[in-house]
Design a protein around this ligand. Structure first.
Ligand code: BES
Ligand code: ZN
Length: 884
């Protein structure tokens, strides 16, 4: 192999490998270029001499030629800004290595070798939070996707599987707890108040699953007996003051372990399972083998500081990371293009788990709401990509709602087509066939074909075609026959214009108008561009319920009467379809209003119909409150904007608020009665009480629009009497949007009560940044200068600026000030934490779908960012793709 020589480092002396300047155009990495690595690394031993300022890392690799790859006479070890102290080959110092950009390249003859490399890293200077970094005086790692190369030189790619033996050593007082993957094999004291521990992970794993934690932590411990009777020690590690808030996390872990045995036949495979909570974390949580590292947000909960939503999110994320032990760790990914293989599958698994824990109907509605609010816009914008992308410049940018949530929907469609039993046969075969391997999406599909007996030849298009398919639906009636006509189109996306039809599984039912019932649901698979189906035996035209349970991630377009939607909103026995009918009713109305296509009278009639349907929702005592809360929710601003080729966010916001006012006025007494009735339930965590808190919050939202004075009084009273964070936050959210003293008093009270509690102070920032208050922009500017604001903590940055970017009236202020604030943030954050900075680009990237004046302002901000020197690969890629 020929490597470019870099004269300054050609002699191989110990030196600093300067972080390479970011090239003007970071290289495009293509899925089609995958080649197996010429070497295998069956074993790695790591020794860490721990320090916050400097940590010394000795890494010893056993390497051997890869029989499945073309031989090479060098080994390329990835690095990223590492300082090399020494290199040894088979026990002897060598100097014939060289740097090629950030990588270390070492000549190697055929046969087995031992390579030892000593590096030094500075955890305290690591503000990117990738690799080894310091957080509140503790040391921890984040290696997915390419963080291991910031710790030591290694073939940092997921198809290199090694067993890890990790020894770490440091001062006892500073790092009393020393953790890594697998099982602890030995530990001891050393001179000078130091100690050490050695961990061994017997399961070969890729480097992205490596983890180390050292710090002053305490644990909640428990144990779990697996289905084959093995006992596993469980621990949730936190700072001492957080220990009382770990019970829910531990419960969630035990439930996850049990559920994966029952639902997927998957048993845990080590003697210990550790979870560590850290305050500074780029993501939600990470599935490192046997040592999951979590953002504190997804661990800590008690009723005084966590909402019901927080409780559910913790259960879901703990489940997700635990489930990766099989879908991700035992069977990992061949390369990062296969990310959906582990993430899409694991999201499906965590969704099914949460459905079983919390109730299927509401969880499904919530998951679809997230898909539509985040993934649909992604799929129709400049960053659209298939669930298995074809190329990237920076893999961190591809941890997207498409890879995750649409990925989960694609697998869910397979499950719908196969049925749950056959689907399980497919996953069983997949795990059995690929255990211990680095697999591909294609391997999964093949296992599903063989195990579940599905023919997925055409279905594979879901992996390669981006864009949300549109299905046009019409139902006609003649004689005793109802004829359903279906037509699909997959829209063009930046990667590809011409698309082929895909198999779209649609669950549907035809309701008899008189009895309000149907003769059973059918599954229709629309595989062709167009198809008609005749249904006989309908003397009157039936009411169609389609895409029930959201059986396919498509957008349905159909001419449907208000009357039919009102019928379905009241009668559909599929809870998702019932929710959908309510949404459609509102979407159709608001789209018409915003397009100026309604007369005053028609608009009035539309509002009346919606109010009538909502009144039924408020007063139907067969409905469970938790479902009622879902049915009460108006479609979100981004989903509404998606309905237009070019949207006017100002208009949509104004009309959506105006509808809220009309509904709040029309239903004031019902809303007050509902709030009163729900207020009688106890402040407990049972299903009924949680549902009650949900409808209380919803009722206040409408009342705040319809009668702000009454709402302010009710919200203040709810705030003052609150025994749970759900009630307190729900009340404060409404107050924050209203002018007046109640707002200021309660905001001050909330801050004083929780100052010092990072997660609750995050809520305090987020509430103000997402509020309906006309001065929200000014509030955000002031909060950016608050002593508690800190650009180095991703949770705090997100709590202020993600909330702001999701606040339509503020972010889309006609002046462009909101866009400028987000662009300024991106530029300030990029040098500190590029991964987090790049996540703020997509809101600005939507400009093509926004009215021209705002679009020009958004584009100008993107251009200002693009013109800045020294952008990270992350931000560079997102900004250039967004400009197109
Ligand atoms: N493997 C990811 C964590 C991750 C993501 C690491 C991106 C590095 C880059 C983990 O399993 C994950 O997906 N976490 C999610 C939460 C989950 C419930 C969807 C997250 O962190 O947001
Ligand atoms: Zn994941």
């Amino acid at each position: 192999m020929d490597i470019a020589r870099t004269p300054s480092i050609a002699d191989g002396n110990p030196q600093m490998a300067d972080a390479p300047p970011v090239p003007a155009q970071p290289p495009l990495i293509r899925r089609a270029d995958y080649k197996p690595f010429p070497w295998l690394v069956p074993e790695i031993r790591l020794h860490f001499d721990l320090g916050i300022e400097t940590t010394r890392v000795v890494s010893t690799l056993k390497v051997a030629p890869n029989p499945d790859a073309a031989a090479d006479d060098v080994i390329r070890l990835n690095g990223d800004g590492l300082q090399v102290s020494s290199v040894k080959l088979d026990g002897l110092p060598v100097k014939n290595w060289e740097m090629d950009g950030p990588d270390l390249v070492l000549p190697l003859s055929a046969g087995e070798h031992e390579v030892e490399i000593v590096t030094e890293v500075s955890p305290e200077k690591n503000s990117q939070l990738m690799g080894l970094y310091a957080s509140n005086g503790m040391l921890c790692t984040q290696c997915e996707a390419e963080g291991f190369r910031r710790i030591t030189f290694f073939p940092d790619r997921p198809d290199i599987l090694s067993t890890y033996l990790v020894k770490m050593e440091g001062p006892v007082a500073q790092f009393p707890v020393l953790l890594s993957n697998g099982n602890k094999v030995s530990a001891g004291e050393s001179a000078g108040g130091r100690h050490w521990a050695e961990w061994h992970d017997p399961w070969p794993k890729p480097s992205y699953l490596f983890a180390l934690v050292a710090g002053d932590l305490v644990a909640r411990t428990d144990s779990f007996t697996t289905m084959s009777g093995r006992e596993v020690d469980l621990a949730v590690w936190v700072r001492a003051e957080d220990l009382p808030r770990t019970e829910h996390a531990m419960d969630s872990l035990k439930k996850s372990m049990k559920w994966d045995e029952e639902a997927f036949g998957r048993e845990y495979d080590l003697d210990v399972f550790n979870i560590v909570a850290v305050s500074d974390f780029n993501m939600g949580a990470m599935e490192n083998k046997g040592l999951n590292v979590f953002n504190t947000k997804y661990v800590l909960a008690d009723p005084d500081t966590a909402t019901d939503g927080d409780y559910d999110a913790i259960e879901g994320v703990i489940g997700h990371e635990y489930f990766h032990n099989w879908s991700g760790n035992r069977v990992t990914c061949r390369d990062w293009f296969q990310l959906s293989l582990k993430e899409g599958f694991t999201v499906l698994r965590d969704q099914l788990f949460s459905q079983d824990m919390q109730g299927e109907a509401v969880k499904r509605i919530e998951d679809v709401r997230v898909l539509r609010a985040v993934q649909f816009p992604e799929d129709s914008g400049p960053l659209a990509h298939p669930i298995r992308p074809d190329s990237f410049r920076e893999i961190s940018n591809f941890y997207t709602a498409t890879v995750y949530n649409k990925g989960a929907e694609v697998l869910r469609m397979m499950r719908t087509m196969a049925g749950p039993v056959a689907f399980r046969q497919g996953t069983d075969l997949y795990f059995e066939r690929h255990d211990g391997e680095a697999a591909t999406c294609e391997d999964f599909v093949k296992a599903m074909e063989d195990g579940a007996g599905l023919d997925l030849r055409q279905f594979r298009l879901w992996y390669s075609q981006a864009g949300t398919p549109k299905v046009e639906v019409s139902l006609t009636h003649k004689g005793d026959t109802a004829t359903l006509a279906l037509k699909q189109t997959v829209p063009p996306t930046p990667d590809r214009i011409a698309k082929k039809p895909m198999p779209i599984p649609l669950r549907l039912a035809l309701f008899d108008r008189d009895s309000g019932s149907h003769d059973g649901e059918q599954l229709v698979i629309l595989s062709e561009a167009e198809k008609t189906i005749a249904f006989e035996g309908f003397a009157r035209s039936p009411v169609l319920s389609i895409n029930r349970g959201f059986s396919a991630p498509v957008s349905i377009e159909r001419e449907v009467s208000t009357e039919d939607l009102v019928f379905l909103a009241a009668h559909d026995d599929d809870p998702f379809a019932r929710y959908e009918a309510m949404q459609d009713l509102v979407v159709a109305h608001l789209v018409a209003v915003c397009s100026d296509s309604l007369t005053g009278a028609a608009q009035e009639a539309g509002r009346k119909a919606i109010a009538g349907a909502l009144r039924k929702v408020l007063t139907d005592d067969r409905l469970d409150d938790s479902m009622r809360g879902e049915l009460m929710m108006l479609p979100g601003q981004t989903y509404l904007a998606e309905q237009f080729l070019v949207a006017d966010p100002g208009r949509i916001h104004a009309e959506r608020e105006a509808l809220k006012v009309a509904l709040g006025v029309a239903l004031e007494s019902e809303l007050i009665a509902l709030h009163e009735r729900a207020s009688t339930l106890p402040a407990t965590l049972d299903h009924a009480s949680r549902g009650a808190r949900k409808v209380k919050a919803q009722a206040l939202v409408y009342l705040a629009a319809g009668n702000p004075d009454v709402a302010a009084k009710m919200a203040a009273a709810q705030y003052d009497a609150a025994q749970t964070m759900t009630d307190r936050q729900g009340a404060l959210m409404v107050l924050t949007g209203l002018p007046g003293v109640a707002r200021t008093d309660r905001l001050i009270d909330f801050y004083n009560r929780y100052r010092g509690n990072e997660l609750v102070v995050d809520k305090w920032f987020a509430l103000q940044a997402s509020s309906l208050h006309p001065d929200a922009i000014e509030h955000v500017k002031a909060l950016a200068n608050h002593p508690d604001f800190n650009l180095r903590n991703p949770n705090r940055v997100r709590s202020l600026y993600m909330a702001f970017a999701g606040n339509p009236h503020a972010f889309h202020a006609a002046s462009g000030e909101g866009y400028r604030m987000i662009a300024d943030l991106i530029l300030a954050l990029d040098p500190i934490n590029p991964q987090t900075a790049a996540r703020f680009v997509p809101p600005l990237g939507r400009w093509r779908r926004i009215e021209p004046q705002r679009a020009a302002l958004m584009r100008a901000e993107l251009e200002r960012i693009a013109a800045t020197d020294g952008l990270s690969r992350d931000t560079y890629e997102q900004v250039t793709r967004s400009l197109g």
